[in-house]
Design a protein around this ligand. Structure first.
Ligand code: LLP
Length: 425
């Protein structure tokens, strides 16, 4: 159920109107719903009840400490891709022992930090990374828990920038090389081979490619078992896509159904071929936990009619929300307060000095300067991808809980943006 509804003609997050939030905290501002966050997490958590399974929230989607804290309190683990993200997990009270470390470029320092903090597993993506990790663990007198990210060469049928499971992608170990890579890993003295993982892409609207990838991983686990390499966990990577409100872009499967199908296959295989041996199943969802929990609230500065196009110039820009500029992503735009009058078609653009600075194209609006717009489904890969381009401070972040709006990140001031810089003497 959406927690963003129109009440008395005004768009609300739970019980708080977005116009009240704009008045109190200014714009542009990210507004998240706590209820939506818990509901989305619980769709995964509930489907895992009574199973040996762990949901490791991919915090790259939204890493605000308040979001992490709420999820940690629900029992979430975390999927991280940097030492910085690990420090965030710890700062938010998350458990490193439920944290997995993904990514193709882990540095020595990041490996050391993760080992010292006792993370659950390193998702390793190459042979050189295995050697580096073996060396780092050896120097610390430790053994590093390792899973190999296998690239099952499955077409995720998503945007090329976020498809990751094809041979042409930089990610993972090719399926055909996986056995040899596992042998190398098992031969290294300071590594414990514990898992297998994949992540074939993001914003997948159908679970068929994910289940195809699962079948390939299962096949590999059996082969490895025959070689005396025993896999204790199977990590399915990111979650299901979300509904951005655009025709033809609706996820075909609810999260619970996807997980049920994964567990059904795993159970059938364990009973038939795996001699009932236990295996933990891990999921790394990001987008489907946070996307529809948030909107980007922005104010209209100017309406600028043009010869070929009309522009609605708002105070949010590509530096606040990169998805349209980077992927030509379609994001729904809603007027916070409805207005009578004839709708005019606008491109909604920001003040940044790039033609690529647009948030939405060809939207019919009756809005006037000073009115508020909400860019919907912006809770994932919104604030985490924001930059300070054009010396623009990043937006404030609010979490609404019922009738209360909590500031969970204050707006950056311009002075803070150059506080780390010095001029030459
Ligand atoms: N695990 C790994 C190893 C990943 O690389 C990702 C996302 C996830 C999990 C989470 O996937 P999700 O459940 O969110 O689909 N900035 C892009 C999305 C980039 C996804 C990167 N990896 C966007 O705004 O669409």
């Amino acid at each position: 159920m959406s927690q963003f509804t129109i009440q008395d003609g005004v768009l609300h997050a739970e019980g708080v109107s977005l116009s009240a939030i704009a008045e109190r905290f200014g714009t542009p501002t990210y507004v998240y719903s706590k209820a939506a966050l818990l509901e989305n997490f619980n769709a995964y958590h509930d489907a895992c009840q009574g199973r040996d399974a762990l949901v490791c929230y991919a915090m790259k989607a939204n890493s605000n400490l308040a979001v992490l804290d709420l999820l940690a309190r629900q029992g979430a683990g975390f999927d991280i891709v940097s030492g910085g993200e690990l420090l965030r997990v710890i700062a938010a009270g998350g458990d490193p022992g439920k944290t997995i470390f993904s990514g193709v470029g882990k540095t020595v320092e990041e490996m050391q930090l993760a080992l010292e903090k006792g993370i659950l597993c390193f998702n390793v993506e190459s042979i050189p990374e295995l050697h580096r990790l073996n060396e780092v663990a050896g120097k610390l007198g430790m053994r590093a828990p390792v899973s190999l990210r296998v690239n099952p060469n499955v077409d995720a049928k998503t945007h090329p920038y976020i498809a990751t499971g094809l041979k042409a992608n930089k990610f993972g170990v090719a399926f055909d090389d996986a056995l040899d890579t596992y042998r190398s890993a098992a031969a290294l003295p300071n590594l414990d081979v514990v898992g297998i993982d994949c992540h074939i892409g993001s914003q997948l609207l159908d679970d068929a490619p994910l289940l195809e990838a699962l079948d390939k991983l299962i096949e590999l686990i059996d082969t490895l078992h025959g070689e005396g390499i025993h896999i204790h966990h199977l990590d399915m990577g990111g979650g299901i896509g979300v509904d951005y409100g655009v025709a033809g872009d609706k996820p075909a499967v609810p999260v619970g159904d996807y997980l049920t199908r994964v567990f059904a296959r795993v159970d059938a295989w364990r009973a038939e071929k795996h001699e009932g041996r236990p295996i933990k199943v891990i999921f790394e969802p990001g987008r489907s936990i946070v996307a529809d929990t948030g909107v980007l609230l922005t104010k209209i500065e100017y309406l600028k009619p043009g010869v070929e196009k009309n522009f609605c110039i708002v105070d949010a820009a590509m530096n606040d929300l990169m998805r349209p500029a980077l992927y030509e992503a379609w994001m729904d735009v809603q007027q916070v307060t409805a207005r009578a009058g004839e709708a005019v078609t606008y491109d909604v653009v920001g003040p940044v000095c790039e033609s690529g600075d647009w948030l939405a194209r060809e939207r019919a609006l009756t809005a006037q300067p000073g009115d508020l717009l909400a860019i919907m489904t912006a809770g994932a890969y919104g604030m985490t991808m924001a930059s300070n381009y054009n010396t623009r401070g990043r937006a404030a972040e609010i979490i609404v809980d019922g009738e209360e709006a909590h500031l969970v990140r204050r707006r950056e001031t311009p002075a803070e943006l150059f506080a780390l810089e010095t001029v030459l003497k």
